[in-house]
Design a protein around this ligand. Structure first.
Ligand code: DX5
Ligand code: ZN
Length: 218
């Protein structure tokens, strides 16, 4: 069973609550919230205020993807604002074990994201602490980029590492996911699929959610 995580980065920011409710009604499980700081990635997006404003409008699982330096400074604020899961980039944390511990201590589920070039071996010794591993299938920073197929063997490797250890860690992919690439990543072992432009850029976002799910489950 796959989970679909629409990324609000491609939604209509003047009507965010409606956009969120539309994908919630379509059966999407996670709401993927992209936080960018203009330092780790060349773009600036959402802060805890938006998460807090959206929280009363949706029962979806809020999956907050922090593409920011020094994420430990903001983790408590995002969790207080309503994040169910906080995902930090492995590349931004010299003390990754400490940052994961902080997320859990503050009461949220913990994820670590890796850029396309970062080896999954970075996670070898923290894997049992993680609820989710996010493998970026584009270089983070913008929606609407092209899927990087070189990540497919990485998905297979992390999937094997998780199985060998008897863990139930979720494998999320993010970037360039649509009905075509969904089938590739699902076959490689991904079970949480983020999609921004393929959902919110579509004339019929509800149908796009269903099409991506169908392609992944075939
Ligand atoms: C990219 C973000 C993604 C983005 C994906 O840096 O992390 O979540 O919204 O957008 P699409 O699905 O359009 O590639
Ligand atoms: Zn993201």
């Amino acid at each position: 069973m796959v989970k679909i995580a629409p990324s609000i980065l491609s939604a209509d920011f003047a009507n965010l609550a409606q956009s969120v409710q539309m994908v919630e009604k379509a059966g999407a499980e996670y709401l993927h919230i992209d936080v960018m700081d203009g330092h780790f990635v060349p773009n600036i997006t959402i802060g805890p205020l938006i998460v807090e404003a959206l929280r009363p409008h949706s029962k979806m699982f809020f999956d907050v993807h922090l593409m920011i330096e020094q994420p430990d400074r903001y983790i408590p604020d995002f969790i207080k604002a309503g994040a169910d899961l906080v995902c930090v980039h492995g590349e931004t944390c010299s003390h990754l074990h400490r940052v994961i511990s902080l997320i859990k201590e503050k009461g949220a589920k913990a994820g670590v994201a890796l850029n396309p070039h970062t080896p999954v071996q970075l996670l070898e010794y923290v894997l049992p602490m993680l609820d989710l591993v996010l493998l970026m299938t584009v270089n983070p920073g913008f929606g609407g980029q092209k899927f990087i197929p070189e990540v497919l063997p990485k998905i297979e490797t992390i999937s094997r590492m998780i199985k060998e250890r008897g863990l139930v860690t979720e494998i999320q992919v993010d970037g360039g996911i649509n009905a075509q690439t969904a089938s590739l990543v699902a076959k490689a072992g991904a079970n949480v699929l983020v999609a921004g432009s393929a959902i919110f850029g579509s004339d019929n976002p509800a149908q796009a959610v269903q099409e991506i799910r169908k392609a992944a489950e075939e």
